[in-house]
Write a protein that binds this ligand. Structure first.
Ligand SMILES: *Cc1c(COP(=O)(O)O)cnc(C)c1O
Length: 357
C-alpha cells in the first residue's frame, strides 16, 4: 500500500526549552492515518497535517470502547540520526490487542514502515537533551454510525507523536506503591493482556484514591483470589528475591510489556536466574522480613525502569533497599537506555536507524 504524503503549510513552532516538554500535550506537525472498510480492507494510507478527527457521535469507539493502542519511543542518537527500538514488537502486540477486541490486523511491517516514514518527516521534532524522546502513539478505533452492540464495520488506525521530556528530570527516584485490595484490573478470560483504553478507564479510580493517600501508583492483585501480584499502572513488576529476578507469568491478565521482555532477555544473557511465576503478597512480605527481597521495580516504555522504595498492603508498609535505587534496577536502566540510544551494543537486533526516505 502506498502512503500519500501531504505536508503541512503551517509548521508549528517547536518548543525551545526541552526541560519543559512534559508528556503527551505537545504533538508534531503530522500524523499517519489508514482506514478499513468491510469488503475493501485497509485503504487510503496517508500522512497529513496533525489535526482533529471527524467522527460520527454514534461511532462505536465512543460507546463500546472498541479501541487499542501502543506506546513506543524514538531517540536522538549521538550522531544526530533518529533511532527506534523494537518497533516490530509493538506492531505485533497491536495486532494481538486488535484481535482480542474484534478489530482487523494491519500488516506489521507496514505499521513499521508507516511509523518510520512519519518519524522521518517529523525528525526535527525529536528532542536532543539527555533522557528526552519522541513518544509514538499508534491507535486503532472502531468508527461508523452504528449503535448496535457488536463489532463495527469501519476502523481507523492512526499514529501521533509527542516530543517528551525526561521521565527523571531530577534523577531516578524510587516510588511508593499501594497494593490494591478493593478494585481489580483484569480477570482470567478478560482483556488484561490487550492494550485497550477500557483497562485504563477501569484503573483510574483506584489510582486516584492511592494518589490521594500519598502513593504514586497501585500494584494490582489477581482478580480471583486477590493474593498474587500482577502489574502496576502501565508497568510490569519485577522483584529480586534471593538474587533471582522474579516476575508474574504472562497470561490473560498481564500486559506483555516490551520492556519486560527486554529485561528478561538481558538478565538471561547475564546468567541471572529468571522466574516467571505467581508471586503472592505473603511471599513478598515474608521474603522482605527475612532480608531476601532486595529490590522491586517496574518496567515500561515511559520510565524504562522505575524502582519501588515502599510497598503498602493492608496498612502495613515495607521499605525496600532502604528506599534507594538497587544495583539490579540501575544495571538494567543503564543497559537498556544505552541500547536505545545506540551507545551500547545491541546483540538482539532491537534497534534501527530511521531511514531518510
Ligand atoms: C503498556 C503497558 C505496560 C508496559 O509495556 P511496555 O511495552 O514495556 O511499554 C505494562 N502494563 C500495562 C497495563 C500497559 O498498558
Amino acid at each position: 500500500m502506498d502512503i500519500k504524503i501531504t505536508r503541512t503549510k503551517n509548521p508549528k513552532v517547536k518548543p525551545q526549552d526541552e526541560s519543559k516538554l512534559g508528556f503527551g500535550s505537545i504533538f508534531t506537525d503530522h500524523m499517519f492515518i489508514v482506514e478499513h472498510d468491510k469488503g475493501i480492507g485497509w485503504h487510503d494510507a496517508r500522512i497529513v497535517p496533525y489535526g482533529p478527527l471527524c467522527l460520527d457521535p454514534a461511532s462505536p469507539v465512543f460507546h463500546y470502547a472498541q479501541e487499542v493502542f501502543e506506546g513506543t519511543k524514538a531517540y536522538r542518537l549521538p550522531n544526530g540520526e533518529v533511532g527506534s527500538f523494537r518497533l516490530i514488537d509493538n506492531a505485533r502486540r497491536m495486532n494481538r490487542s486488535a484481535d482480542r477486541t474484534c478489530m482487523p490486523a494491519l500488516d506489521e511491517h507496514f505499521q513499521v514502515e508507516a511509523i518510520s516514514r512519519l518519524i522521518d518527516l517529523d525528525r526535527d521534532w525529536v528532542p536532543n537533551s539527555e533522557g528526552t524522546s519522541l513518544y509514538i502513539r499508534p491507535t486503532m478505533i472502531a468508527d461508523g454510525k452504528n449503535l448496535g452492540a457488536h463489532s463495527a464495520d469501519r476502523f481507523i488506525y492512526y499514529v501521533i507523536c509527542a516530543p517528551s521530556g525526561s521521565y527523571y528530570p531530577d534523577g531516578m527516584k524510587p516510588v511508593r506503591i499501594r497494593i490494591e485490595q478493593r478494585y481489580v484490573r483484569a480477570v482470567k478470560g478478560g482483556m488484561g493482556r490487550a492494550k485497550t483504553g477500557g483497562n485504563y478507564a477501569a484503573s483510574f479510580k483506584a489510582t486516584k484514591e492511592a494518589m490521594d493517600a500519598g502513593f504514586n501508583q497501585v500494584l494490582w492483585l489477581d482478580g480471583r483470589e486477590q493474593k498474587y501480584v500482577e502489574e502496576v499502572g502501565a508497568m510490569n513488576m519485577m522483584f529480586v528475591i534471593d538474587g533471582k529476578l522474579v516476575t508474574a507469568e504472562l497470561g490473560d491478565t498481564i500486559l506483555p510489556g516490551v520492556t519486560r521482555d527486554s529485561v528478561i532477555t538481558l538478565a538471561k544473557d547475564r546468567d541471572m536466574v529468571v522466574e516467571e511465576r505467581r508471586i503472592s503478597v505473603h511471599e513478598l512480605y515474608e521474603a522482605h522480613a527475612e532480608g531476601r527481597l532486595t529490590e522491586a521495580f517496574g518496567t515500561g516504555t515511559a520510565a524504562v525502569i522505575s524502582p519501588v522504595g515502599e510497598l503498602e498492603y493492608n496498612g502495613k508498609s515495607i521499605v525496600i533497599n532502604d528506599g534507594e535505587i538497587g544495583p539490579v534496577a540501575q544495571m538494567f536502566y543503564d543497559i537498556l537506555t544505552g541500547i536505545q540510544r545506540q551507545t551500547a551494543e545491541d546483540t538482539h537486533g532491537w534497534t534501527a536507524v530511521i531511514p531518510r526516505y
